[in-house]
Design a protein around this ligand. Structure first.
Ligand SMILES: [Fe+2]
Length: 429
């Protein structure tokens, strides 16, 4: 096996991007994604201090370290310049800003790329089981990451099933990506939880890293300021801060099967990851996997004696479907009876704070439809109290939901925006 190369291309049309990269699950680096926009001019730490210095961010611990440690360090709110000063004084720190909802002060310096928007088709159809579109019509998310040299994001995959564009604002970041079908070579049964590998790339020497990348056939690239890495949905990824850096991700373009099969409704495991990774094309999934999807839907609706029993049932359904539609990931080799109980324990723990397998169907329709006049009034009042200029209001609406005006929002979108406006990062001045 040899490592795989990643193309570097100028921003492609939506059509080329979808056909050449999304449908083929092929990572790519897009250069100059925000050329001509304010964020595209930010290339180093000094630029970032000038433009975003007062923006409040939440400083925390990288999540695999946090999950593995019995001692929880409290999160802390700092403005970006103070965090950069802190890093200078404490260069070995593992405290960083990770996966923080991108502050509107930052998102007002760009417009969310058209590549991330949903097509018309995706907007008009109802969700499976008529579930509410809880993340909005375009189903977008964006997060901010700032960390010092030596920090990393441990090898994991994201259970939300969205594709990702990871844009490097300043500093350099190394990314190692691995296809879902390689899961049996990532020591998953000894990992801290579903979605994490027990392979600690962060602890390997450079030679060991290169050997690992070669042996497993991974993608390995270095992102520079102004470049954006496309990470196909459900891909394993390890990210390393080569030096002090800031990046923003855009999470986007789940189709209706991705939205359904994600952690919004199911647990995550190797089988679900692999079967879902086959469903990049909604049309092909409907054509090729209709019966399997109906089976999964029926199984989800069936009542179980306990949540644990439901996990066991759905895991068996995922295992069965996975064996049928993705034999290349070698499902029969994954997790023998001896380890099954421990895996179920880990899954139970993983979903302990979510509503997965606790929901009654059908789900009440209260979050369907356009925003109410009281929501609109509350949003206008909140914008005024935060002293947002008009461009910040526009950025808050467009970059979160790909909608032009406040009155275009749905009920679910308005509720999500109201929540976001109470976060420390929502402060403008
Ligand atoms: Fe991730």
């Amino acid at each position: 096996m040899t490592s795989k190369t990643i193309d570097r291309i100028a921003p492609p049309t939506r059509d080329v991007f979808y056909k050449e990269y999304v449908l083929r699950r092929k990572p790519v680096v897009i250069t100059g994604l925000f050329k001509g926009q304010e964020i595209g001019e930010v290339r180093d730490e000094m630029d970032a201090r000038k433009v975003f210095g007062n923006t409040r961010i939440i400083i925390t611990q990288e999540y695999s370290r946090s999950a593995a440690s019995p001692v929880k360090t409290p999160d802390e709110v700092l403005d970006l310049s103070s965090y950069l000063d802190y890093v200078m004084a404490n260069p070995g720190t593992s405290r960083m800003c990770t996966e923080y909802d991108t502050p509107i002060r930052v998102s007002s310096t760009y417009r969310v790329p058209d590549l991330c928007k949903m097509t018309h088709q995706g907007l008009i159809e109802n969700e499976l089981l008529d579930l509410p579109r809880r993340w909005g019509d375009h189903d977008l998310m964006s997060n901010l990451f700032i960390g010092n040299r030596g920090n990393y994001a441990h090898l994991h995959y994201d259970g939300d099933h969205r594709h990702v564009l990871l844009y490097q604002v300043f500093g350099t970041k190394r990314a190692i990506l691995i296809d879902p079908e390689k899961g049996n070579y990532l020591d998953l049964l000894n990992s801290i939880g579903p979605g994490f590998s027990n392979v600690y790339i962060e602890n390997k020497s450079e030679d060991e890293k290169l050997r690992f990348v070669e042996e497993i056939g991974a993608y390995d690239t270095i992102l520079k300021p102004g470049e954006a890495l496309y990470i196909p949905m459900l891909m394993w990824h390890y990210l390393e801060y080569v030096d002090l850096g800031m990046s923003i991700n855009f999470r986007f373009m789940r189709n209706k099967y991705g939205r359904f099969l994600s952690v919004d409704n199911f647990h995550r495991d190797f089988f679900g990851q692999n079967l879902s990774s086959k469903m990049v094309s909604e049309e092909k999934a409907t054509e090729n996997y209709f019966e399997s999807l109906e089976y999964i839907k029926r199984s989800l609706l069936r009542k179980s004696d306990s949540r644990r029993a439901k996990i066991v049932e759905m895991r068996n359904v995922f295992r069965e479907v996975c064996s049928e539609i993705c034999p290349e990931c070698e499902p029969a080799l994954h997790c023998d009876g001896e380890h099954e109980g421990t895996e179920i324990d880990k899954i139970e723990q993983d979903i302990s704070e979510s509503g997965v397998y606790l929901r009654d169907y059908p789900v009440p329709q209260i979050s369907h439809g356009p925003l109410s006049s009281s929501q609109q009034g509350a949003l206008i009042a909140r914008f005024a109290s935060l002293r947002y200029p008009a461009r910040a209001v526009e950025a808050a609406v467009y970059n979160r939901f790909a909608k032009e005006t406040l009155s275009d929002l749905t009920k679910a979108e308005a509720a999500s925006l109201l929540r976001a406006l109470t976060s420390p990062g929502a402060m403008w001045e």
